[in-house]
Design a protein around this ligand. Structure first.
Ligand code: GCW
Length: 719
């Protein structure tokens, strides 16, 4: 009897032990980079425990409560089985997490300079008399510092020698959600919107909290929760109450809520006859609306606005300027301290100039005409988030008007949900581009951090890539894009290799035999994708409407500027868009030094060749290949790169949990076949004009051109 009972217990124990890794792995994608995996190595465990077992969090704010909660979650992860129910209450602390004003004088006096150097959201980690201090000037800074401490543990930095001072370079670091009130997400590929409007305001889903934790851990401090193609309903009481519930949930995490404002909301919601920004009744309407919103959300961030673009109403409808439009809203928000983020993505099929020139033409003359609580939000390039674009010419050209960056974290044009491409590499290229606005070294990052022109507001936005998918982002590696966005928003000059390394360690494992090769793939993935999609400066050659897959043949239809042929202009003479003086002269929008780099077709970087030049097929390039050969070779190189990524990943089997390993395996198979699809479809299409054979080493397409042109898919997500 006794024996069988013991056997029974053993069986249960064994069952539980075997269940553990599987149970754990099922959720690993959801935990993002906040895995807090058990510290396995006993020495490491001991040394971290010596500190972590005795923590004091003296404060009592809502953020302090959130800090204690995070320490509990992390502690339970790092040290399974230990009790963290009263974490933060140590009487003999080895870690002290408190604002500068609360530090014991021994530490505060010795570190006076360090403490004085901390700005609003900044934090410091240091060691004094064997005790680790996490400190800041503000609550939010303290939360960031706590995440800094936890990151140090996750990436296995020794605590005894911690010495970190971090201040964000950009004030507002925000996500832009293109989420509709019906929960679809424009250009979203990871399920539905995480905002469950129907259940709000009463139900605060755990996912909102985890969203706030993830954002706070990377310093994101603002979120615009609705689509820029805006629905005015979000400005009505029913929705304001819901938005306020989200704002309440995010507040302890230092995150402010913004809403998108539909320009003709006064007409749609209250039947005004006009939305003219100079009309006193319209001005009065927005003032009252702003007052109302602040009653719901006392720290409301402000409005993000898309106007006069792709069917959205705007000041053009009344013969007014973008400044008139932005100032109307700015005036209403001003008494409450709110900001207007006014998008520069303004273009029209009725304007005859090259689409890439239109934003500059429209905004540059308005420099200095915006109220001081307006920031103009500019996409990284002058067209539309293409795989590779030169930096937007407005950067450096608006010294009197704060400009903020808009990156697209969701990969509308870069393979959507199934391609692995490290977007930080692309962003870095833009951030480090030199505008020469005030001579050499006038990088885009210095425009954004305000140091170049002395902007009074600085901000950066990323169009969110998350949804209801179990792992938030669909592609496991797309989590890295969210993470890197936050890190680069905090410091646009940060080292992207360091960012990738931290992310891999926190998300998967510290094992260098995994981290090193996978990081190598991340660093090369962007170049590989550009090669198999849009080499040599090609752009806008994707399929119509859903934008998934190749479509260099897309032509005709309602708008010429939404076709591929408008941009590549392929014919038997050659290919490319001439944006030099002889063509649209978009080049003139850049500083003379930049023009000089790009105006000559023999010296321009091949990465931008066909963006700025029209080139004959048999033109010999610096590589020694003709244009046609170079194009084909790059497409082939991209496919081979994708295969190499796949092989490198397959070699990682066993290093991480099976679930994420398999997820990646199948996505990489898709990526390889889609890379081949891009190569074959584009080369067959352009070959009609080049009339030349594929060079040696370039694989023969699997099908004929008609096959690719007739290829149809239904219900592609994101529209
Ligand atoms: O990239 C394009 C997208 C649109 C988007 C628009 C924009 C929100 O195809 O879906 O609309 O840009 O940025 O406004």
């Amino acid at each position: 009897m006794m024996n069988s009972y013991r056997n029974y217990l053993w069986a249960i124990c064994l069952f539980l032990v075997f269940q553990l890794p599987f149970k754990a792995s099922a959720n690993e994608g959801y935990k993002l980079w906040l895995q807090y995996a058990p510290i396995e190595d006993s020495k490491e465990r001991e040394s971290y425990w010596a500190f972590f077992s005795q923590i004091k969090v003296p404060g009592n704010s809502a953020t302090d409560a959130v800090i204690r909660k995070e320490l509990q979650i992390a502690g339970r992860g790092f040290f399974p089985g230990e009790d963290f129910s009263s974490v933060g209450a140590s009487t003999d602390p080895k870690i002290w997490i408190g604002k500068a004003a609360s530090l014991p004088s021994s530490a505060a006096d010795a570190m006076a300079n360090k403490l004085a150097s901390l700005t609003k959201d900044g934090y410091a980690l240091f060691v004094r008399d064997g005790r680790v201090y996490v400190t800041s000037q503000t609550d939010t800074g303290l939360l960031y510092g706590t995440f800094g401490l936890l990151k140090a543990m996750q990436t296995r930095q020794p605590l005894a020698s911690l010495d970190v001072t971090e201040n964000p370079k950009i004030q507002t670091r925000m996500l832009n959600h293109w989420d509709n009130l019906n929960r679809t997400v424009e250009r979203g590929y990871a399920g539905f919107s995480i905002w469950n409007w129907h259940r709000l305001p009463k139900h605060i889903d755990q996912q909102y909290i985890d969203y706030a934790r993830a954002n706070a851990s990377i310093g994101v401090n603002a979120t615009s929760i609705t689509n820029v193609n805006a629905n005015a309903l979000v400005l009505t009481p029913v929705y304001l109450e819901k938005a306020a519930a989200l704002a309440d949930a995010f507040r302890p995490y230092g995150i402010r809520v913004f809403l998108t404002a539909r320009f003709n909301a006064p007409m749609q919601l209250d039947g005004l006859e006009t939305a003219d920004p100079l009309d006193p009744a319209v001005q009065e309407w927005w003032k009252r609306k702003a007052d109302e919103i602040y009653q719901y959300i006392p720290d409301f961030g402000g409005f993000l606005v898309k106007a006069d673009s792709e069917g959205q109403p705007g000041p053009h409808n009344y013969g007014r300027t973008q400044a008139d439009g932005a100032n109307l809203l700015a005036e209403a928000l001003k008494p409450h301290g709110g900001l207007v983020m006014w998008r520069a993505f303004v273009y029209s099929e009725n304007t005859p100039t090259d689409r890439t020139k239109q934003a500059y033409d429209e905004f540059k003359p308005l420099d200095g005409k915006f109220k001081d609580n307006v920031i103009v939000q500019v996409k990284n390039g002058p067209l539309d988030f293409q795989p590779r674009e030169p930096f937007h010419p407005l950067f450096g050209a608006m010294p009197e008007t704060p400009l903020m960056m808009e990156f697209q974290i969701t990969k509308e044009y870069l393979g959507q949900d199934t391609h692995w491409v490290n977007l930080a590499s692309m962003w870095k290229e833009v951030l480090q581009a030199d505008t020469y606005a005030n001579g050499a070294g006038s990088t885009v990052s210095r425009v954004l951090d305000g140091t170049l022109h002395g902007y009074n507001h600085t901000a950066i936005a990323g169009v969110a890539n998350i949804g209801t998918d179990r792992n938030w982002t669909g592609h496991p590696m797309a989590q890295a894009d969210w993470y890197s966005f936050g890190r680069l928003a905090w410091n646009p000059d940060a080292d992207i290799q360091e960012i990738a390394k931290d992310w891999l360690k926190m998300t998967f494992t510290n094992n260098p035999s995994f981290v090193e090769p996978v990081m190598d793939v991340m660093m090369k993935s962007y170049g590989i994708l550009v090669d198999y999609m849009t080499p040599l400066g090609l752009h806008h050659i994707m399929a119509r409407s859903h934008h998934w897959g190749p479509g260099p043949w897309v032509t005709g239809g309602r708008r010429d500027d939404w076709t591929a042929t408008y941009y590549h202009r392929a014919s038997e003479d050659g290919i490319g868009f001439d944006r030099t003086e002889a063509g649209s002269n978009a080049l003139e929008q850049y500083a003379p030094e930049v023009r000089e780099q790009w105006r000559n077709l023999d010296t321009i970087s091949l990465d931008y060749l066909l963006w700025f030049h029209r080139v004959a097929w048999d033109k010999e390039l610096a590589t020694g290949n003709t244009l046609w050969e170079e194009m084909a070779i790059r497409y082939q190189r991209g496919v081979e790169g994708a295969r190499w990524m796949e092989q490198t990943w397959l070699a990682q089997e066993g290093h991480i949990d099976e679930e994420r390993f398999e997820h990646m395996r199948s996505f990489l198979a898709i990526q390889v076949s889609e890379a081949e699809w891009w190569r074959d479809a584009c080369l067959l299409y352009f070959q009609q004009f080049s009339r030349q054979p594929l060079p040696l080493g370039v694989e023969k397409p699997k099908h004929d051109l008609a096959y690719y042109q007739d290829f149809r898919r239904f219900f592609v997500p994101g529209i």
